[in-house]
Design a protein around this ligand. Structure first.
Ligand SMILES: Cc1cc2nc3c(=O)[nH]c(=O)nc-3n(C[C@H](O)[C@H](O)[C@H](O)COP(=O)(O)OP(=O)(O)OC[C@H]3O[C@@H](n4cnc5c(N)ncnc54)[C@H](O)[C@@H]3O)c2cc1C
Length: 402
């Protein structure tokens, strides 16, 4: 069987790419051991999509369908442990005459499952633009020659394509098969994620509280069954995160109390909602993003700390650039798998990727450090940024991805 593009991995990154490349007229085969339905049921994460990358989903016709599911983040409040110093960002303080993005929030919170569901519906609607097939299997091997690449699947099928996209997650097997090495450093942290219902309105505020073990993020979500709702992403050392996960089932009232304690009285009474999960956190940076007829996307291209909620936003910027470049190239009848072309893409993405990796890594290290002089310097820094509209604007621009 032949197709234009094989995408290995059909979760958030793989599905987004399939839709955007389909809209450019490509025929695509997605390979994933899970059906779309299983991905939707199993991905318990929420993602904060920044104002800039949101436009990509809008242009693909997905964002408009999520109106009833998404909640805006109007402001972010950053707290350093128990210190009374806070740093607040509000989109209403942001003005930029040169920006072509309509700024009506800092970003939006969406459940991954809702986003994937809408992407899938859109792919099915766009059948006239390009064919997207999904095979429930695993990629076991890849062979690349001068004019084509071939993937070998667990179900004994083989598919030839001009280009293979690896969107098979942070431990990408296809990256390994192709021989792209990576740098890895573990944070010794896991992120505990859950949802909460609460008595008082979140007022579209996202809270990021830096605690000695790692950051606690409380993100505003759409009301459910008439109750206020927020998402929790709480990074801490592995043992503590695992004990929080266990307590969510055995002693949910203790977890609710801990969250109330960290939120002071902001949200009032808190109750855990839905299921909880933990995610190991590692910084994984492959030494290159491309090889002959092969490109890394999503977490396969970079896995970073969720501290600033930027990992997938970074991936979206890459996907948008890549889809546009592929579309332009195909219009000229040129090969989308040529290494010269893929290297052009890699060169364009390098600064954004390295910049964000260094920023999130540095932020996590800075806020985990409890040495008195570092704490003093950090709090002075927060206070300084809070008082400087110019620095604040630069930070907001970065957070919004514009
Ligand atoms: C706790 C947490 C919170 C986060 N919050 C944010 C946020 O607020 N904002 C943000 O921008 N980012 C956030 N992120 C990052 C974001 O969740 C990820 O970047 C994104 O979900 C990665 O999607 P992916 O499709 O690349 O990978 P995955 O979701 O890992 O999917 C990989 C897919 O590949 C398939 N697969 C695996 N092996 C094979 C194989 N051999 N062959 C075929 N298929 C295979 C798997 O079945 C799976 O479906 C967060 C991450 C975490 C852990």
């Amino acid at each position: 069987m032949y197709t234009n593009i094989v995408i290995c991995g059909g979760a958030l990154a793989g599905m987004t790419l399939a839709l955007s490349l389909q809209s450019k007229g490509f025929n695509i085969v997605i390979i994933d051991p899970r059906e779309t339905k299983e991905v939707i049921e199993q991905d318990k994460r929420t993602t904060a999509i920044a104002a800039g990358p949101r436009r990509f989903y809008h242009d693909l016709g997905v964002w408009q369908k999520l109106n009833k599911k998404i909640e805006a983040i109007n402001s972010i409040s950053i707290l350093d442990g128990s210190s009374s110093i806070s740093l607040d960002f509000d989109y209403r303080d942001f003005t930029d005459e040169n920006s072509d993005v309509d700024i009506n929030s800092l970003g939006h919170v969406v459940e991954n499952s809702d986003l994937i569901k809408q992407i899938n519906l859109k792919i099915n609607k766009n059948k006239n633009l390009g064919q997207v097939k999904r095979f429930k299997s695993k990629v076991l091997d890849i062979k690349v020659d001068k004019f084509l690449a071939k993937v070998f699947l667990e179900n004994n099928k083989q598919i030839s394509a001009d280009l293979i996209i690896a969107a098979d997650g942070k431990n990408s097997l296809t990256r390994k098969i192709i021989g792209i090495k990576e740098n890895r450093s573990t944070y010794d942290q896991e992120a505990y994620v859950t949802q909460i219902l609460h008595e008082k309105n979140h007022d579209n505020i996202a809270l990021e509280k830096f605690l000695p073990g790692g950051p606690l993020a409380v993100l505003p979500m759409k009301k459910i069954n008439n109750s206020y709702r927020s998402a929790i992403v709480w990074s801490d050392n592995r043992k503590i995160s695992r004990s929080r996960l266990a307590a969510s089932k055995s002693k949910p009232e203790e977890m609710s109390y801990e969250l109330e304690r960290h939120c002071f009285d902001w949200l009032g009474k808190i109750k855990l909602y839905g299921s909880s999960a933990v995610f190991p956190l590692e910084l994984i940076t492959p030494k290159k993003l491309v090889s002959d007829r092969f490109v890394l996307m999503g977490d396969a291209a970079h896995s970073i700390h969720p501290i600033a909620g930027q990992g997938f936003n970074l991936a979206l910027r890459g996907m948008k650039t890549f889809s546009n470049m592929c579309g332009d190239r195909a219009e000229l009848g040129l090969d989308i798998g040529s290494i010269k072309f893929l290297k052009e893409y890699e060169k364009l993405r390098k600064i954004d990727v390295l910049g964000l990796i260094n920023a999130t890594h540095g932020l996590n290290e800075l806020f985990r450090n409890s040495k008195p002089h570092v704490k003093l310097f950090r709090r002075a820094g927060l206070s300084l940024v809070d008082k400087s509209p110019i620095i604040k604007k630069a930070f907001m621009k970065y957070a919004m991805g514009i």
